[in-house]
Design a protein around this ligand. Structure first.
Ligand SMILES: Nc1ncnc2c1ncn2[C@@H]1O[C@H](COP(=O)(O)OP(=O)(O)OP(=O)(O)O)[C@@H](O)[C@H]1O
Ligand SMILES: [Mg+2]
Length: 407
């Protein structure tokens, strides 16, 4: 009996020892496995003895997780590329009004280098915009506000959208400066056109009334008034044509017909067209053209129109006995044309404005002309990829230059 008990206890001991050892071994392997998961999850062993099912399940979980992570990464990259490239400013503020995110456009619009952590008030620096954001926080509704910032010569629009989950807000800022400027230009343009139309129309009215009230039968005054009517109609027609040209060129409807062109032929043919007019005004018109100039690619009739406009101005603003000269020479990367006159000149403060539509230095002095010639010329030169500018010495003369690049 005793020996049976002894054997039984021995067996029991060995069984317990075996289980203890198994338990110890398993614990050791599991903690080793846990260590691997913690430190090198990319090298997970799939053959954890006795736990194949578990390790397989973890490995497949990890693969799914990796896939989701990389999809998330690529979504993130797309989103941040969009936010980086967006021309509108985007900012996210938390519930306390601290900026958590700002894209480059927002930093540029508000002229800040690092917006993160700054307060909305610090960034917006304008009480109307800050009020809009506050209203959005208080009401939980979208708010929008547009302001002009005279110091920065900017027109901004801010849209504040509440974030109902986090209690913060999304701020979108748009720079409307260009749109506003275009609106102003359009308004000015319309008022200028109506103003320019009023003068010739008023003279036409006065002239016809005079004719109606008896001047028609006057053998001397009748034809004179008719002649003046014809001049006014010509001026109106020219203005209508110039306006049409300008709007076509500005809207890109005029297609340039580019072809190789020798600078000399261009200058000579423009000079030939204007020679009579210059001589009639008592002016000497000369052409200087550098030899061996390279050909340019240009629309001949358009460039000739520019030269004719410039010569026409030179003739108009130079007193009899003066000189007008056309010069052509190579400039770096292109050919430079110049129309030089010894005329009345242009005051320094007007030099930057003469290329604007309808701008005339001294409306009483110029007499005929609508102030469109130079702005048409500027558009034509820019459509060729070139540049046009003027230099002048008041009382001594002006020179208009333009460069046409070689390619
Ligand atoms: N060579 C020049 N000398 C002096 N002033 C000039 C000269 N060229 C242009 N200007 C000034 O610039 C203004 C604008 O010129 P622009 O050619 O655009 O208009 P315009 O000659 O008055 O009219 P348009 O050309 O439409 O008939 C002129 O009114 C004139 O005041
Ligand atoms: Mg002109």
């Amino acid at each position: 009996m005793n020996s049976f008990l002894l054997v039984f206890s021995l067996v029991l001991f060995f069984v317990a020892a075996w289980f203890a050892w198994r338990y110890y071994d398993l614990k050791k392997r599991i903690s080793g496995y846990a260590n691997i998961i913690r430190n090198r999850p990319e090298n997970l062993p799939t053959d954890l003895k006795g736990f194949e099912d578990l390790s397989n399940a973890i490995a497949s979980l990890q693969t799914t997780f990796d896939l989701q992570l990389s999809a998330l990464d690529s979504d993130n990259a797309k989103l941040s590329a969009i936010l980086d490239q967006l021309t509108d400013g985007v900012m996210i503020a938390d519930a306390n009004g601290f900026i958590q995110f700002a894209n480059p456009a927002a930093q540029k619009l508000f002229e800040i280098s690092n917006a993160l952590g700054s307060s909305v008030t610090e960034i917006l620096r304008n009480h109307q915009l800050v009020d809009a954001w506050r209203r959005c926080q208080q009401t939980g509704e979208m708010q929008s506000e547009s302001v002009e910032l005279p110091a920065r010569r900017q027109f901004l629009q801010l849209i504040a959208i509440p974030d109902t989950h986090a209690g913060g807000s999304l701020l979108l800022a748009q720079d409307l400066t260009r749109v506003r400027r275009l609106e102003t230009v359009r308004r000015d343009f319309i008022s200028n056109v109506s103003h320019e139309l009023r003068t010739p129309l008023a003279s036409l009215k006065a002239l016809t009334e005079t004719l109606q009230s008896g001047a028609l039968s006057d053998p001397e005054a009748g034809p004179r008034f008719l002649g003046r009517i014809s001049t006014e109609v010509d001026a109106l027609t020219q203005m209508a044509q110039e306006l049409l040209d300008l709007s076509r060129i500005e809207s890109g409807q005029v297609e340039l017909i580019l072809a190789p062109l020798t600078p000399k032929s261009l200058v000579t043919s423009a000079a030939d067209r204007m020679r009579m007019q210059a001589e009639r005004a008592g002016l000497k018109l000369s052409v200087k053209c550098e030899d061996n100039l390279p050909n340019i690619r240009a629309d001949k009739s358009r460039l000739e129109q520019v030269l004719v406009n410039l010569i026409h101005n030179a003739v108009k603003f130079t007193r009899p006995g003066g000189e007008v000269s056309l010069e052509t020479e190579s400039a770096n990367g292109g050919v430079r044309f110049a129309v030089r006159d010894s005329g009345v000149g242009i005051p320094a403060e007007s030099l930057s404005r003469i290329f604007e539509r309808f701008y005339r230095v001294d409306k009483s002095r110029t007499g005929s002309g609508t102030g469109l010639g130079l702005s048409i010329s500027k558009h034509i030169i820019e459509a060729h990829g070139g540049k046009i500018w003027a230099e002048s010495n008041e009382g001594r003369g002006s020179t208009f230059y333009f460069v046409i690049p070689l390619n």
